[in-house]
Design a protein around this ligand. Structure first.
Ligand code: IPM
Ligand code: MN
Length: 371
């Protein structure tokens, strides 16, 4: 298969982790005879620095013409303590989502056997968790009208949803549930918000098309608690934009690190694949960021094009790296490996059919993974 991939490394650790994802895609291309071409483009703080615009026209053009987009991260600490700055890196990502119609953000959350004992949560609570969050991505309070009064003493954010916006992602979520364990939980605040009432009404109506899917409802506050109390109760979680943003960070604790969570954003045009974590400016350039979320996002990209075997071989290699403790400091405080080491191990593991190349002694010594 030939794929033209728009590469948007962005800010902070974005370039480092994206580079590892590309290394893995190149290994897959070599092994399976595919051709992946990359066109790099600017987004976020680096784009503001170079062009004054967090999403330059050129970037949007490259993305629109690509088969898929691989995204790193955006955000820079120089913007964090000044909420009044008008042009912000985040606008690049939000505009890209909106302009490409990426209305569904899909965030899988699973546990890895070899990480379970390291979790902040009890083993029996997280054992066997397999959740996928369907977060609406182009509507709600993120995109409603925003105002700050001229005296600077009051402000408002409007939350809008149309039936159409709710229906299209709901169908995707129901289809996913149908192919999985047939459970869908809608998370909202329908005891308070009008938009949530609309979500419930539409989702109840849509559920009639999926009689084998068991539909349940949770208020967002209760869902936040249940996610930590008994995460195995969930299969597919469907929710609006901001609740989905918050719950997915919370859910990352179940996996062991936000450095493990990948996501796919799909919609009407080119799909985008990005790690859930942010730009982690403190780790920038230190070769210590966890590349697994970016690498697993590349696996979701391949799956999007029905390259299931290829995606699975990435997941197996990632699991192997975790099992052998070839992981970055967020997962491995005592004997950790660098971002590039982890990427190289995974790439070599994919390319080595016999899986004989790695040297257990070297790994234990924290040295090279390669003989
Ligand atoms: C995410 C991020 C973004 C969001 C930020 C960077 C705008 O937190 O993708 O989850 O809030 O959607
Ligand atoms: Mn977020």
């Amino acid at each position: 298969m030939n794929l033209n991939i728009a590469l948007l490394p962005g800010d902070g650790i974005g370039p480092e982790v994206t580079q590892q994802a590309v290394k893995i895609l190149d290994a897959i291309a070599e092994k399976h005879g595919h051709t992946f071409k990359y066109t790099e483009a600017l987004v976020g703080a680096i784009a503001i620095d170079k062009t004054g615009n967090p999403l330059p026209d050129e970037t949007l053009k490259i993305c629109s013409e690509a088969d898929a987009i691989l995204f790193g991260a955006i955000g820079d600490s120089k913007y964090d303590n000044n909420p009044n700055i008008k042009i912000r890196p985040e606008q690049g990502l939000l505009q890209l989502r909106k302009k490409l119609g990426l209305y569904a953000n899909i965030r899988p959350v699973i546990t890895y056997e070899s990480l379970i004992h390291k979790s902040n949560l009890k083993e029996h609570v997280i054992n066997g968790v397999d959740i996928v969050i369907y977060r609406e991505l182009t509507g709600g309070i993120y995109f409603g009208e925003k105002n700050i009064s001229s005296d600077g003493l009051s402000a408002s954010d409007t939350c809008n949803y149309s039936a159409e916006e709710i229906d299209r992602i709901s169908h995707l979520a129901f289809k996913a549930a149908k192919a999985r364990r047939k459970k869908l939980t809608l998370v909202d605040k329908s005891n308070v918000l009008a938009t949530s009432k609309l979500w419930r009404n539409r989702v109840i109506e849509i559920s009639n098309h999926y009689p084998n899917v068991d539909l349940s409802f949770l208020y967002a506050d209760n869902a936040a608690m249940q996610l930590i109390l008994k995460p195995t109760q969930f299969d597919v979680i469907l929710t609006e934009n901001m609740i989905g943003d918050i719950l997915s960070d919370e859910a990352s604790v179940i996996s062991g690190s936000i450095g493990l969570l990948a996501s796919a954003s799909v919609g009407t045009k080119t799909a985008l694949f990005e790690p859930v974590h942010g730009s982690f400016p403190k780790a920038k350039g230190k070769n210590m960021a966890n590349p697994l979320a970016a690498i697993l996002s590349a696996a979701l990209l391949l799956e999007h094009f029905e390259l299931f075997e290829e995606a699975e071989s990435i997941r197996i290699a990632v699991e192997k790296s975790i099992e052998l403790n070839i992981t970055t400091p967020d997962l491995n405080s005592t004997n950790h490996f660098s971002t590039t080491n982890v990427g190289t191990f995974i790439s070599d593991f994919i390319l080595d059919d016999e899986n004989t190349f790695y040297n257990k002694n070297n790994i234990d010594l924290g040295q090279s993974t390669i003989i």
